[in-house]
Design a protein around this ligand. Structure first.
Ligand SMILES: Cc1cc2nc3c(=O)[nH]c(=O)nc-3n(C[C@H](O)[C@H](O)[C@H](O)COP(=O)(O)O)c2cc1C
Length: 178
């Protein structure tokens, strides 16, 4: 089984970004792929290097994030943009992974979704930069901005836009083939 861990940058219960991650497994028949969504973003302590020295026992939430990343063959991050940047909760999570290295060589897709025309492009570019510094493997076809997202998902969280569906299928297949 090829395991994909999905991480949403939004904590909102009705998040468009989380809806997209929840919808992906249904977009095609992938019998050899398992998808899971990381639930603990808001449980992580604020990152400080003082808490992250070499022999430190990490907080349970940090250990859980690291274990789920270790077990994953690939990662999909789907995030909103706040004030032209990556949401603090998501950046905080990534800061915990810099020293432990679970993103090293990890095939990773970077998706941003926004109700605006820009599709969260600034947050997307910033996230790509951060993950590349952490030496995640990100190819051009694994980067996607989704403008006017609320016109592309229905009230039940189903993706209604055929181009978006095709783009997401392409991303999963690309992660699978890295
Ligand atoms: C404080 C704040 C700042 C925001 N800044 C941006 C922004 O810079 N760019 C953008 O595209 N949307 C921005 N938005 C709108 C978000 O894209 C929108 O709330 C989106 O639905 C959040 O994604 P979600 O549905 O997955 O939670 C902002 C929203 C808030 C509350």
């Amino acid at each position: 089984m090829f395991k994909i861990l999905c991480i949403s940058g939004s904590l909102r219960p009705t998040s468009s970004n989380t809806d997209i991650l929840k919808a992906i497994p249904q977009l095609a028949a992938w019998p050899d792929i398992s998808f899971s969504i990381f639930e603990g973003l808001d449980q992580l302590p604020y990152f400080s290097p003082e808490l992250d020295y070499e022999d430190a026992t990490p907080a349970a939430a940090v250990a859980d994030l690291r274990a789920q990343l270790q077990a994953a063959d690939a990662v999909i991050v789907c995030t909103p943009e706040y004030a032209f940047g990556v949401p603090g909760v998501l950046k905080n999570a990534l800061d915990w992974i810099v020293s432990s290295g679970e993103f090293v060589g990890k095939p990773t897709a970077v998706i941003s979704a926004s109700p605006m025309m820009t599709g969260g492009d600034k947050a997307n570019a910033s996230l790509v930069q951060t993950l590349k510094v952490m030496t995640a493997t990100i190819t051009a076809d694994q980067i996607l901005t989704i403008p006017t997202v609320r016109t592309k998902i229905d009230a039940d969280g189903n993706i209604t836009d055929t181009t978006l569906k095709a783009d997401l299928v392409k991303i999963v297949n690309s992660l699978r083939s890295v």
